[in-house]
Design a protein around this ligand. Structure first.
Ligand code: GRF
Length: 187
């Protein structure tokens, strides 16, 4: 299965997916990493694995439709079938949603529908919940609102954001490749 990974940050989930592919567990190929942050650490990681990167700055384009059309062109050239969002910090627009219906997935660090949007872990700590988690879901036009595919609970380490975050990331790195494997085998 040919996939594109979209990321804006560190790219640890990108790396977990790529390593799962290299171990032969996930039958997929990351054709391109797409980022809206040319200086993000994910670019370094992609280069290390020899994976092509399309980095763009949204401010260089007139609109979301304009840069998404550019992205669609690249994805079509590479025959990409699925879009995997991994810390991509922008809403997906009509252009991509129309080209890839039910073929865009995201991972979010909470048990949705709790704590959508930015800094879900901070929101959970602030709220004082004892259990939070990780959700993999289909992407629609909303912010972290599409149909849920998989979830895992993670216990909060009381008052310790860093330790909680570490637990969540560990679960993400297992859950995302596993869930993608199931999705791709069911096509
Ligand atoms: C993850 O926590 C993911 O759930 C959220 O953004 C973070 C990305 O982390 N959407 P990384 O860039 O994969 O390390």
């Amino acid at each position: 299965t040919k996939i594109a990974v979209f990321a804006s940050g560190s790219g640890s989930n990108f790396q977990a997916i790529q390593e799962s592919i290299e171990r032969g567990e996930l039958n997929a190929n990351i054709e391109v990493v797409v980022t809206d942050k040319p200086n993000a650490y994910v670019v370094k990681r992609a280069e290390k694995f020899g994976i092509p990167v399309f980095a763009f700055s949204p401010k260089d384009y007139a609109s979301k439709a304009t840069y998404e059309s550019e992205i669609v062109k690249i994805l079509k050239q590479k025959a990409v079938e699925w879009i995997v969002l991994a810390g991509y910090m922008r809403l997906i627009g009509d252009t991509l949603l129309t080209e890839y219906p039910n073929k865009i997935v995201n991972i979010h660090p909470s048990l949705l529908p709790a704590f959508p949007g930015k800094d879900a872990i901070g929101q959970a700590m602030e709220h004082g919940v004892k259990v939070t988690g990780v959700t993999v879901h289909y992407v629609d036009e909303g912010m972290d609102t599409g149909p849920i595919i998989a979830q895992r609970a993670v216990e909060v380490v009381d008052g310790n954001r860093e330790a909680t975050e570490e637990r969540i990331h560990k679960v993400e790195h297992e859950l995302y490749p596993k869930t993608l494997k199931k999705l791709f085998e069911n096509k």
